[in-house]
Design a protein around this ligand. Sequence first.
Ligand code: HPA
Length: 404
Amino acid sequence: MNDLLAAASLARSRAWAPYSGFAVGAALRAASGRVVAGCNVENVAYPLGQCAEATALGALVTAGEQRVVEVLVVAEGPPPCTPCGGCRQRLAEFAEPATPVHVAAPDGSVLLSTTLGELLPLAFRSGSHSVPGRAAAVEVVRARAPGFLPVIGLVLGSGLGSVVERVAPVADLDMRELPGFPLPAVEGHRGRLRLGELAGIPVACLQGRPHLYEGHPPAQLAQPLRLLRALGCSRVILASAVGSLRPDLGPGSLVLVADHLNFHGTNPLVGPNDERIGPRFPHLVDLYDPTLRAVLRRVAEARGTALAEGVLAGWLGPCFETPAEIRMLRLLGADLVGMSMVPEAIAARHCGLRVLGIGIVTNLAAGLAATPPGHAETLANAAAAAGRLAALLEAALPELARCS
Ligand code: HPA
């Protein structure tokens, strides 16, 4: 804290406070460790003067920083001179409720150590960057690609990694670099985040995804979607390998997901809800965005790419279904069955992402083909269809990014 104290004290010595006679210095530690400081500056319209915290925040942004991890204010006390209401709100835009705030006297004695959340428990949160819990991962990504703002997120599963090869990279991150991120553990899921451009559109592409059957707590599966949202994406394309319940949709078919049946037995939103991310009871009507689907259908038709549409049953796994379960799912209206996508789509809706879901049929579901389904077949058939999917997405992406 001594570095903050020194910086704030130096700034305070430069304060311009001829009207109030009350000099204040503030120092902020940015996520990178850099310390910036500022002082109060008054003018003849005294109430319109600028607080030390606001000056320091200006310095922080000018230095290219985006997150505040510690705050220290120096002023005459007691009582301790805590940030004013306006500055608490300004700080909340750049910090977390748990961010420490210290108030010190000019002799260096600390009069108060608290948190921003204690000072402003009901902070209004406007920026996507202030989604709690994602801050650390967002910070890591932003540090690797400063100023890069993706519009569309892509989540790609088994065997679909080659779609990523079409994305001209700006930065590649291993998912292990992202704090709090659930890591995919299955063969065929690489666990990489690529930031780059596809068809001239800035995208954030998650290559590999975690699954419920790996044992992740359901809420963890929401993290990747919330990261995409926090990075600036407004829409997400979820692509995953699926089994087909319809003999007319054989391996290699591309199928738009029109709706789903959740048989996972759980949901990524189970647990406490953070209203700053999304509502307690989100509805799932038109979860798979009708406008985005219409765009993809139109582009597919223009290109002569076959694109069916159907209902996806989300299945926990890791076993493939029994033939009796497949007959049940068919009776209930499912066309496809898969072990991912459904929790992701729910988490995406909750945090305000528009969703496009595409199933890549890798096999006819259990009992419908001469041989039982298997993971090797899933990977091989997904890889075979990935090129077609990539070409379709590349053609459609500009319109998918812009349509309202
Ligand atoms: N069932 C469940 N998930 C799948 C299948 C399947 O047949 N094929 C690819 N993912």
